[in-house]
Design a protein around this ligand. Structure first.
Ligand code: SF4
Length: 286
C-alpha cells in the first residue's frame, strides 16, 4: 500500500490543479487516485517524443517525412513504457480508430514544420528536468520541452502544445507555466531567459513573451502564496471543491461532493490547531 505523504514540491501542472480546484489537487497529489489515460493527452505525449527524438538526426535530415516516420516507433515505445495506454484502443479490434489517431499525431508533427525549422535549431537541452529551491525552502520542479541557447548566451525556453492557442484574454494563464520555468532557470543559473515560446501545434500559432525580472518576482510571490494555501489545506484537511466547466474532464466526479460523491478518508494526519494556525495565503491573480 502506498503511504500518503504531504506535498513537498510544486510543478506547473500541480500548481494549476490547485488554482483550478483544491480538491482535484488533493485527489492527484495526496490520494494519488488513478486516472484513465485520454486520447488527447496520450497523443500529446507521443508528439512530444517524436519532436524530441527528431533532433537525434543530423540537422539536414530533420525533415517532415522523417518526423512522420518516427510516429509508429515512438508509439511502440510508449506502449512498452506505459502499458495502460493500450486500453485506449481495446474496443478497436480492426485498428481503424488507432489508425486515425496516429494520422492525427502525424498531422500535428507535420504542422510544426510551418512554425519552426528544426534544420536551423540546435537545442541545448530537450526534455530537461529542472528543480530549484527558493530561499523559503519551497522546491519548484518541472520538465522543459526545449532550451535553446544563442551564441550570445541568451536563453529561449520552448514548450510544445498539441492543443489550440488560447484566446488573447486567456494568454496569461498559458504563460504561467512558462514564467514558472523561467523562474526556475533564473534561480538555478542566475540568467533571466530572453524569450518564452509556446508552440501550438493544434492551431499553428506561436505565442512568445520576453520576461523581465519583475515578472519572475511576481510569479515567485504568487507561488509562495499558493504554497501557503496548499500547506494550510494539507494541515487542516480542508480541500474545497471548486466546480467549473472543467469538471467535465475530471476523472473524480464519483468521489466529489459537487457530484454527490464522498471523498476517500483523508490519508494524512490533521495537524493540531497550533500547527495549522497560519493565515490563508493570498492567491490573487498576477
Ligand atoms: S469534479 Fe470538479 S469540483 Fe470535483 S474534484 Fe473534479 S474538478 Fe474539482
Amino acid at each position: 500500500m502506498t503511504v500518503a505523504v504531504p506535498p513537498r514540491s510544486l510543478s506547473p501542472s500541480r500548481a494549476s490543479d490547485f488554482m483550478q480546484c483544491p480538491l482535484l489537487y488533493r485527489f492527484r497529489v495526496i490520494d494519488k487516485l488513478p486516472e484513465k489515460p485520454s486520447e488527447a493527452a496520450t497523443r500529446g505525449t507521443l508528439v512530444h517524443a517524436v519532436l524530441e527524438r527528431l533532433f537525434d538526426a543530423p540537422a539536414a535530415e530533420r525533415t517532415a517525412p522523417r518526423a512522420r516516420s518516427l510516429v509508429p516507433g515512438q508509439w511502440d515505445r510508449l506502449r512498452e513504457s506505459r502499458p495502460e495506454v493500450v486500453e485506449l484502443f481495446a474496443d478497436d479490434p480492426e485498428g481503424e480508430r488507432l489508425a486515425r489517431w496516429l494520422g492525427e499525431a502525424e498531422q500535428l508533427v507535420e504542422r510544426w514544420f510551418s512554425l519552426e525549422d528544426p534544420t536551423r535549431l540546435e537545442p541545448a537541452e530537450r526534455e530537461l528536468f529542472v528543480e530549484a529551491e527558493l530561499d523559503s525552502g519551497l522546491r519548484l520542479r518541472g520538465i522543459i520541452d526545449r532550451v535553446d541557447v544563442a551564441p550570445s548566451g541568451e536563453v529561449r525556453i520552448v514548450d510544445y502544445k498539441t492543443g489550440k492557442a488560447p484566446r488573447p484574454e486567456y494568454a496569461e494563464g498559458a504563460l504561467f507555466q512558462m514564467k514558472f520555468y523561467a523562474l526556475v532557470v533564473w534561480r538555478l543559473k542566475n540568467v533571466v531567459p530572453r524569450r518564452l515560446q509556446l508552440v501550438y501545434l493544434g492551431s499553428g500559432d506561436v505565442l512568445t513573451y520576453d520576461p523581465v525580472v519583475a515578472d519572475l518576482e511576481r510569479v515567485e510571490r504568487k507561488l509562495h502564496a499558493l504554497w501557503d494555501a496548499i500547506q494550510l489545506a494539507t494541515e487542516t484537511g480542508n480541500w474545497r471543491p471548486r466546480p467549473t466547466k472543467l469538471c467535465g474532464w475530471c476523472d473524480h466526479q464519483a468521489v466529489c461532493p459537487e457530484f454527490g460523491g464522498t471523498p476517500p478518508p483523508y490519508p494524512l494526519q490533521i495537524g493540531p490547531p497550533e500547527s495549522g494556525g497560519r493565515e490563508q495565503g493570498r492567491m490573487g491573480p498576477d
